[in-house]
Design a protein around this ligand. Structure first.
Ligand code: BDP
Length: 536
């Protein structure tokens, strides 16, 4: 009975996104097993030692604040978008921010006009002040109803680039009362470490001058909203600003309430960069060094100020993503791996960036540079290229990154278990039908115990050459969901229940949905795919 219920729940979750996929290839993608593919082995031991519990609201999306100029976007009428949010997580976090958040102005009444820019603002790079836009109470009221419908919460970005404490506090007060329990916290300023590139004088801009501005606005908001909490400093890549922020914060008497230290992460970019490739985002033999660097710095800073830490905006490739890299199976594997890695590093959550083509283009000065790299500009395409949910010809569609996030979402609320993962294991009797090779396979593994007592194991085979035969210590019956597609560079991706033969090899002809994993029944995970095992 239990098994059936579990199956139905998984099927229901997947059905929503499946139905909405405009390209209509889900859920059955036949096995990507190719006879003769080199097959390496890996051995996984899952310990009973529990590390920490992943928050239920770990998964999140990040959208440009400018999205609020259309009150119909985050609105109860946008049913398809609501369905996609719910399919991704029953309790996710929507972060509003991005470059455009520093170009908004608060328009409480129809008569209010755009205030003059403060004297400290020097607009030079992109986006320019031509992209300034008003935020109205109607947009925030509509957002509240969208959050009611999705049961998501919100991290609300406030303009630091072109704002005054008084106007910021008025907008925050409205947002706090309108969003009510859906408001997680405010963030003031987006990627403030890069302000010297476009909205502040590089000669004077520093973590210290930033903190003075941040504090003035955070205090003004706290005066009007006494329970207001903040995430900061939301830096792009200069992680030492996290340390500086924590130091200034710790030295401040009676500081505003801090909920989280926040930073961003894009694997690389821009789209025209020849190093922005599938091989690059999947990491080859080395992992992305910026991930560990950011984690080490943010963990120390968060310990100093006793806060959580969250990756509030990121994706594969900055400046809107790259076609053929950010919107294909490789990006789904990247998302699953990156998110589970951050979960194991103790992050409170992660928001991958996306949204509407126009809002993200505006965040970059009006265009998406990836458009010039599209092989066939007439084919329907997700834009921005990295977006988890795309508007394809008027239909909100789950994109590859979405499915990687959906795999990671299965760990939300679960408690991580220590794993030992040997990626250059030599089995004594490789399964029939494989072409064994000795190789270190580029794969990662994560395990957790869910509140219902079931063990889940994710194995992400990022290797582009070798299939992986997984040997798991112990032997339990389990169901398998797999994250796969026709090819590593194909747009069609699915995360669905897999069928396997009794000996654990993926079966192109659906027969059995249960695998007994363990030494005697290794599981084959084709190159460029991932598997999620759920114990019975
Ligand atoms: C970040 C910005 C965001 C952009 C994104 C990108 O915060 O507004 O859309 O990069 O370049 O730096 O894709």
């Amino acid at each position: 009975m239990k098994n059936r219920r579990e199956f139905l729940t998984a099927a229901a979750t997947l059905a929503v996104s499946t139905k909405l996929n405009a390209l209509g290839h889900l859920p059955q993608i036949k096995t990507p097993l190719t006879p003769g593919t080199p097959t390496a082995a890996a051995k996984l031991a899952v310990s009973t030692t529990r590390t920490h519990t992943i928050p239920k609201n770990f998964i999140g999306l990040s959208y440009e604040s400018q999205q609020l100029t259309d009150p119909h976007f985050f609105s109860p009428a946008n049913r398809q978008l609501i369905a996609q949010f719910k399919a991704l997580s029953p309790a996710g976090v929507l972060r509003l921010g991005g470059n455009t958040s520093d170009f908004s102005w608060w328009k409480p009444t129809p008569e209010t006009t755009q205030p003059p820019r403060p004297a400290s603002v020097v607009v030079s790079g992109e986006p320019t002040n031509a992209f300034a836009y008003p935020i109205t109470p109607a947009a925030i009221d509509s957002l509240r109803k969208f959050l009611d419908a999705t049961k998501w919460t919100c991290i609300y970005g406030i303009n630091l680039g072109n704002n005054t404490p008084a106007l910021a506090a008025d907008q925050a007060a409205y947002a706090a009362q309108a969003l009510g329990p859906h408001l997680e916290y405010f963030q003031i300023g987006n990627e403030v470490d890069d302000f010297s590139r476009h909205i502040r004088d590089p000669k004077t801009w520093s973590p210290q001058t930033y903190f003075v501005e941040w504090l003035a606005i955070a205090r003004a908001i706290t005066e009007k909203v006494p329970n207001a909490r903040f995430g900061a400093p939301d830096v792009a890549s200069h992680y030492e600003w996290l340390t500086a922020f924590a130091e200034s914060y710790a030295a401040t008497e009676n500081p505003p309430k801090l909920a989280a230290l926040t930073h961003h992460h894009y694997v690389g970019g821009p789209p025209s960069s020849p190093t922005m490739t599938i091989e690059h985002i999947l990491g080859g033999a080395t992992t992305d060094p910026a991930v560990d660097k950011a984690a080490t710095i943010v963990q120390a800073a968060a310990a100093q100020v006793k806060s959580t830490y969250r990756m509030t905006e990121g994706n594969t490739c900055y400046r809107g993503g790259k076609p053929g890299v950010s919107d294909v199976l490789a990006s789904a594997l990247w998302a699953a791996d990156y998110l589970l890695n951050l979960a194991s590093l103790g992050y409170a959550g992660v928001n991958l960036h996306g949204g509407d083509a126009k809002a993200v283009a505006n965040s970059l000065g009006g265009t998406l540079p990836g458009e010039a790299l599209m092989k066939n500009p007439n084919e329907p395409h997700p834009k921005p290229f990295y977006t988890p949910i795309a508007d394809i010809d008027g239909t909100y569609t789950a994109e590859p990154v979405f499915y990687g996030m959906l795999l990671a979402q299965q760990f939300a609320g679960a408690t991580l278990l220590d794993v030992t993962f040997d990626t250059s294991f030599t089995p004594t009797n490789p399964p029939a039908g494989t072409t064994p090779v000795t190789a270190t396979v580029n794969a990662t593994a994560f395990a957790a115990i869910r509140p219902d007592g079931k063990t889940i194991i994710a194995v992400i085979n990022k290797d582009l050459t070798n299939d992986l035969v997984l040997h798991v210590t112990g032997a339990w019956p389990a169901s398998v969901l797999r994250l796969t597609g026709h090819a590593i560079d194909s747009h069609d991706v699915t995360f669905a229940r897999a069928t396997v033969t009794p000996n654990g090899i993926w079966d192109p002809q659906p027969e059995s949905a249960v695998v007994y994993y363990g030494h005697n029944a290794p599981i084959r995970i084709p190159k460029g795919s991932a598997a999620l095992l759920v114990s019975h």
